[in-house]
Design a protein around this ligand. Structure first.
Ligand SMILES: NC(=O)c1ccc[n+]([C@@H]2O[C@H](COP(=O)([O-])OP(=O)(O)OC[C@H]3O[C@@H](n4cnc5c(N)ncnc54)[C@H](OP(=O)(O)O)[C@@H]3O)[C@@H](O)[C@H]2O)c1
Length: 214
């Protein structure tokens, strides 16, 4: 079972939708159990399958693979509270720290630990943190009629966990997981999301990435 903390937002809900479409059991986690229930019900309308809901504690307890899809600003408190429950589990973070500045558009935020993913791993010292899906458009994920296409860079200091997530990526048709090596590389992937957001504004589109030569 896959849990999505922040699964009421477009990125978490979109990923949950795509994995539900692939036959995976998903659980939507929210700070508010009612919001989670509404999100799970709307998923069931889009993809008949298995989608349940709970507050973030229930979702974290229910699954062995936990996706973190909350804004960067909310990550630390959320993960510090859940750290004991997430011990021994695989935690996938799609968090891309950015803010919006008038006249400049999206701007990547500096993170003391190097990246949101490294910060998550430092908080969750007993978990296997994998950075992935930061470059995947929520707008595209949320429309089941849209075929996803692109590469998903997967970074982690835990080799087996990295391989497991590369396998998960392949459950979404036409997406490819690319081994991005150590978690220290996650900062570049997170910052790339900021570039994609600005490209989207210029070209009025939902861009993603494809790496050639691999
Ligand atoms: N949107 C995209 O296209 C996209 C693409 C790639 C990566 N990402 C990354 O994915 C993450 C989620 O993006 P999103 O657009 O789905 O974000 P969002 O809609 O702003 O937030 C997602 C969910 O996070 C929870 N949340 C909000 N503030 C929180 C806080 N302070 N503490 C704990 N939980 C909080 C909320 O759920 P509840 O109120 O129900 O708890 C919310 O529905 C972000 O880190 C973003 O950088 C987004």
């Amino acid at each position: 079972m896959l849990a999505f903390l922040g699964g009421t937002g477009p990125e978490g809900k979109g990923l949950a939708l795509r994995f539900a479409m692939a036959g995976e059991e998903v659980v939507i986690g929210s700070r508010d159990a009612g919001r989670a229930r509404e999100a799970a019900e709307s998923l069931l309308e889009l993809a008949p399958g298995s989608a349940i809901s709970g507050d973030v504690n229930e979702a974290a307890a229910a699954a062995s693979i936990i996706f973190v899809t909350v804004p960067y600003e909310g990550q630390r408190t959320l993960l510090e509270n859940l750290a004991p429950m997430l011990a021994g589990k695989l935690v996938v973070t799609a968090v891309a720290p950015m803010s919006f500045v008038r006249g400049r558009g999206a701007v990547a935020l500096e993170v003391d630990d190097g990246s949101a993913a490294q910060e998550a791993q430092n908080i969750l010292s007993e978990s296997q943190v994998v950075a992935s899906f930061q470059n995947i458009s929520a707008v595209k994920l949320m429309d089941p009629a849209v075929e996803m296409e692109g590469d998903v860079v997967v970074c982690s200091d835990h080799g087996e966990a990295r391989e497991q997530v590369i396998g998960l990526v392949s459950k979404i048709p036409k997406l490819r997981g690319v081994d991005g090596g150590a978690l220290s590389n996650a900062r570049y992937v997170e910052q790339l999301t900021t570039l994609l957001v600005n490209i989207n504004r210029i070209h009025k589109t939902q861009s993603m990435i494809k790496i050639v030569g691999v």
